[in-house]
Design a protein around this ligand. Structure first.
Ligand SMILES: *[C@@H]1O[C@H](CO)[C@@H](O)[C@H](O)[C@H]1NC(C)=O
Ligand SMILES: *[C@@H]1O[C@H](CO)[C@@H](O)[C@H](O)[C@H]1NC(C)=O
Ligand SMILES: *[C@@H]1O[C@H](CO)[C@@H](O)[C@H](O)[C@H]1NC(C)=O
Length: 615
């Protein structure tokens, strides 16, 4: 029963409301048609920052228009020609008002009514008051070098446009929210970016600056010699990275082993140095460092990063740390490994010139024997003539590979290496390039002596390649097959054996002759079949005997002539002296003169003169 009454009541009420409401609306429309029209105020909605001015007007004019009345949001009405306050004045040809120095209390609906003899129109404007933004400071923006399609938010303000000027670049006008997208970030966009913002409610643009820095992922490498604690700290920290460290390894380049450095672990002398892998820091502390701990260290930092939705291991980042016991810089010579090499390269094959510095390099380039400069870049395409070879410049490797070698490439190459950490003179090293066949003799000519030892060494060019066999042919046509099994204890013909510590597997075809006899003089052939090559390769070595009987160079001929001359003089002197002795019966003291003779004789034949003197 009760329920029924309630719903009936509700129904009645609704009917009443529905019935009453349209009646009221109709009444109003009939009486004040124009008064009710919205949209006559221009603008309909206006946002004004504090202190700015608002300019309001009606969007149409009345004929025979007599007066213009303004009603403020607080309900006060005044004629615009006689305002109650000098903040207001007339605006536009028709009915309009200018309101100066807007304050928060001005927010709300402003009505404007234009009145003529038999007619009037009213419109309103909704006014919103905003805080005046006189300044905006954003924190510096840090970007990663090489990032693509990076979106940079320049402000958090609600602006309708912004005008962005980058250093040394075209300015750009950005509609709406102030952000720019860079195709690819480079360090050239670093600096202060000037930004002009168009903000709602204020005519004056807001000027602001954002400091933009572009950081490159890199290793920060160095060492700290803590004398008070007697500790040496080496560090290799990754800066500006999103990668995580997976391992940290240090190795003295002169040692064959390294150290696996883990935070919290020590072997008594070596322990982790830094703020943790999480802070992308990798370091090694050496307690009570020994003199052997100074020198060049290599650090290797294992890293992983996100690739899509997977974590993948990346190439470890490596660098060299040059730890000097004192801060005095070392002479340049000491900074290069294995100076002045000679390399043998086979014609038309690829070849590599390689120099190694003990410090990290910024760049390296090469001077061809003909003077042309070559700066190697990465290998990107198969047609490339030359490219960089080596682990990395960071590790001091300075190498260039050419796709093929010509005879003109033979000669003295110079590597120029620019150290990473300092400006100044470049490091240099020489590499002698010899362009040969597939098998090459180390020395084309060998000087030895009868009874001495001679080593004839042939080696594969372009590095070590295994040999299937190795043979030699002597000048008097004795053929010898030889390998490591032929040692000094099992000489062939009592004189020939394979040079110790060399190996066919590493491309050596090397004969030791011990002792050398006269018949060994002349041109020898070394020959070998290189693994995987169809044809036997060979080269030649000429053996000379360097003593009285040996074939002579110009220099030795000059020497010999002089010797002969001296010999003749000496003989003459001896003859004269002997004759004089026979002529004179008394003996003079011979010591000084025989002494002279003796020393002259020594030039030609020491032993003979000594015996002749005794007799
Ligand atoms: C008002 O009066 C003018 C003449 O004075 C006349 O032309 C106009 O039609 C009138 N308007 C209305 C709405 O009565
Ligand atoms: C790096 O480590 C952090 C914290 O352990 C982890 O949130 C993040 O996913 C890791 N990133 C990579 C690439 O491993
Ligand atoms: C030097 O040799 C290189 C390589 O063979 C060649 O490209 C270059 O033109 C030569 N330069 C001169 C000056 O002969």
């Amino acid at each position: 029963m009760w329920k029924m009454t309630l719903s009936t009541l509700l129904f009645v009420t609704i009917c009443l409301v529905q019935y009453v409401t349209p009646q009221i609306v109709v009444n109003l429309q009939v009486k004040n048609l124009l008064r009710m029209q919205q949209g006559l105020g221009v603008p309909h909605i206006l946002r004004v920052a504090k202190g700015n001015e608002a300019l309001l007007r009606l969007d149409r004019t009345l004929e025979n228009y007599r007066s213009c009345e303004i009603t403020t949001p607080s309900g006060k009405t005044f004629n615009v020609k006689s305002p109650q306050n000098n903040r207001y004045s007339e605006w536009s040809d028709g009915c309009g008002v200018r309101i100066r120095n807007i304050a928060v209390t001005d927010e709300g609906r402003w009505r404007l009514t234009a009145i003529s003899a038999n007619n009037s129109i009213t419109g309103w404007t909704e006014l919103y008051v905003e805080e005046l933004k006189a300044s905006y400071t954003g924190s510096p923006i840090s970007l990663k070098d090489g990032e693509t399609k990076a979106k940079i938010e320049l402000t958090t303000l609600e602006n309708s446009y912004c005008f962005v000027s980058k250093p040394f670049a075209e300015s750009s006008l950005v509609p709406g929210h102030c952000s720019v997208i860079l195709d690819r970030t480079t360090r050239a966009i670093q600096g202060n970016w000037n930004i002009l913002l168009g903000l709602p409610g204020q005519v004056t643009e807001l000027e602001t600056k954002r400091r933009v820095t572009v950081e490159t992922e890199r290793l920060d490498v160095g060492y700290i010699n803590d004398r008070s604690e007697n500790k040496l700290h080496l560090y290799c920290n990754i800066l500006h990275t999103t990668k995580n460290i997976t391992f940290c390894r240090f190795q003295k380049t002169s040692e064959s082993f390294g150290y696996n450095v883990v935070d919290g672990l020590s072997d008594g002398q070596h322990s982790y140095y830094g703020k943790g892998f999480a802070m992308k820091q990798c370091g090694l502390t050496l307690e009570n460092p020994k003199s052997s701990d100074y020198g060049t260290w290599r650090c290797s930092v294992g890293v992983q990063s996100w690739v899509g939705s997977n974590i993948k291991s990346q190439t470890p980042m490596q660098a060299l740390i040059s730890v000097a016991p004192n801060t005095r810089s070392r002479p340049h010579r000491d900074l290069i490994n294995g100076r002045g090499q000679t390399i043998f390269v086979q014609q038309n094959k690829t070849f590599t010139v390689m120099c190694r510095a003990k410090i990290s390099l910024a760049y390296c380039w090469f001077q061809h024997p003909n003077g042309t400069q070559f700066t190697p870049g990465p290998l990107v395409d198969e047609q490339q003539l030359f490219w960089y070879t080596g682990q990395s410049l960071q590790l001091g490797d300075c190498g260039i590979t050419f796709s093929y070698v010509t005879l003109e490439d033979a000669g003295n190459w110079i590597c120029h290496m620019g150290p990473r950490d300092q400006c100044g003179e470049e490091l240099t090293d020489n590499v002698l390039v010899k362009v040969t066949g597939p098998l090459a003799s180390n020395k084309r000519e060998i000087e030895t002596s009868v009874g001495g030892v001679a080593t004839l060494h042939c080696h594969t060019s372009n590095g070590n390649k295994p040999l299937e066999y190795c043979r030699f042919l002597s000048p008097n046509f004795i053929g010898i097959r030889i390998d490591e099994t032929v040692t000094e204890n099992s000489k062939i013909l009592d004189r020939f054996y394979f040079t110790p510590n060399r190996s066919l597997v590493y491309g050596d075809c090397s004969l030791t002759i011990n002792p050398v006899i006269d018949k060994d003089v002349g041109e020898w052939t070394c020959a070998a079949l290189i693994h995987d090559e169809p044809l036997e390769a060979r080269d030649y070595v000429t053996v000379y005997i360097v003593d009285a009987a040996a074939p002579l160079s110009t220099a030795s001929i000059v020497g010999m002539s002089f010797g002969l001359f001296v010999l003749v003089l000496a003989l003459a002197a001896v003859l004269y002296y002997k004759n004089r002795r026979r002529l004179l019966p008394w003996r003079t003291s011979p010591t000084s003169t025989t002494g002279d003779n003796f020393s002259m004789n020594t030039r030609t034949s020491n032993a003979e003169s000594a015996t002749s003197d005794e007799t």
